[in-house]
Design a protein around this ligand. Sequence first.
Ligand code: BDR
Ligand code: CA
Length: 317
Amino acid sequence: MSDTPAPIPIILDCDPGHDDAIAILLAVQSPRIDLRAVTTTFGNCSVVDATRNALRILTLAGATTTPVARGAAGSLAGASELGNYVHGVSGLDGPEMPEPAFASSALSAVALMRQVLDASAHPVTIVATGPITNVATLLQRHPDMLDKIAEIIFMGGSTGRGNHTPTAEFNTCADPEALDVVLGSGLPVSMVGLNLTHQALATPEVVARMQAMNHPLGRTCGEWMGFFGSSYRAVWSFESPPVHDPCTVAALIDPDLITWQECFVAVETKGDWTRGTTVVDLHDRYERPPNARVAMKLDPGRYWDLVLDSIDQLGNR
Ligand code: BDR
Ligand code: CA
C-alpha cells in the first residue's frame, strides 16, 4: 500500500481576479488537489467577465478539461458590488491573455456543484474565494447535499479591520446574507481572512522570482502582481500586494502552513456602517459554541515556496 494520501477533491468557486488566478494555478498543479470544477461569481468584476477570465486562466494552464460554470450575477439580496477598482476593467488587467480554448458548461454554477457532489464517492471540499453567494444558494436549494461536503474554506472577513469599507472585507461585504447561511450551516467552515492574507505579501523578491522563471506563465504571474500591486499602492498605500486567495488552497495542500483558532464567527447583516463585517469572538466573550476555524498565522516563506514552485512546475509542463 502506498503512503501517499489521496488528492483532496475540491470545487473552486471564484471571481478571477489576480489572486484568484494564482489560486486556480495552484489547484491545477498540486498533486494534493483534485480540481473537479471551477464555478464563478460576480465580485472582482461581472460574472460574465469572471467566467471568461477563469476560462482564459485554465487555457493558459493547459487545464482545458476542467468544467467551468457561471454563477451568481449578484448577492442573495440582489446587490452587485464589484471590485474593478482593484482588478481593472476586465477583472484581470495587465498582461495579454489567450482567448479561451474551451467553453463554459451549459449548467449553472449551483447545478454543476450539485452534479460534482452527487457523482463523488467521497465528500468534496468547497473552496470559495469570492462573494459566497453560489455556495449559500447550493446549501439552501439542495440541503440533501450537506453530507456530500467535507468542508467549506473561504477567503473573506477579518479578525480586525476591513478593506472594502473600514471594517468589512470585500467578499463578505459583497454578500453578508450568503456568509450568514454558510456560518449557520453546521458544516466544518474555515475562514481565511485579511488578518491572515496580509501576511502573504508579493514582495519585490517574490515578484522577481516569478519574472526570473524561464516560461511565459511565470512572467504572466509577475505582470499580474505588477497590476495588482499598483492598485494596492493607490488605494491602500501598501508597498506590496497581499495575495489573498491562494492561502485557501495552500492550507489544504500543506496543513502546517497556517495556525488556526476555533471560535464563534458572525457576520453583520444590519449595521448602518458595518454591514458585511465579520465579528470573530477570539476571547469567547459571547460564550457560543465555535462555528468556524479561523486562520491566524501564516508561514510566509513556506507559502511562497509552495506557490512559486507550483507555478514553475506548471510553466515547465
Ligand atoms: C478579496 O477580494 C478580492 O479583491 C480578492 O480576489 C480577494 O478574494 C480580498 O478582499
Ligand atoms: Ca477573489
